[in-house]
Design a protein around this ligand. Sequence first.
Ligand code: HEC
Length: 158
Amino acid sequence: MFQRPLRALSVSAPVAALALIGLLLPSVSAAQDRTAQQIKLRQSVYTVLGAQVTMMGAMASGRAPFDAASFKTAAQRAAFMASIAPDVFPAGSTAPNSKAKAELWQNSADFTALMADFGDKTAALAKAAEGGTLESVRPAFVAATRTCKACHDKYKLD
Ligand code: HEC
């Protein structure tokens, strides 16, 4: 009862085309899933980074009392996120829900330089945070946050 009539094997061109589309669809959606995951990881890295910078910013501006240990932890976490950031921009990881501008993949030398400066300045901030006073961290904090703006102005959609 599972034997098909032989004539079913001679499929018409439109049917063959539909079958081909059917075969291609899973790989298209697998690629979309991969892109969605890449963007999710990237935005997560920046969300965690942003939370550290918000916390440090409150202390650096006097809106929150300066706590040397919390500041140091936040600075170390920010430097760690900055070490991951260069790896979360695989080519083609764009979608309407991403705010990454396509230009960043075209101007990769410039983007890489901004990324390196960001890594250097957040590492310097983590080092400065070992000093343990607001005076010792404030200039390094300002320098680190300038690197955020430098990249966002060019490569992040508002
Ligand atoms: C070299 C480039 C670059 C640097 C440096 C950079 N960013 Fe970003 N940032 C981006 C891009 C591009 C996006 C958009 C990512 C996306 O939506 O796919 C982004 C997104 C973000 C987001 C939004 C995350 C979300 O999806 O809600 C925050 C918050 C953020 N960055 C904070 C910072 C802070 C704070 C710094 C500095 C300490 C910083 N970024 C440094 C490029 C950069």
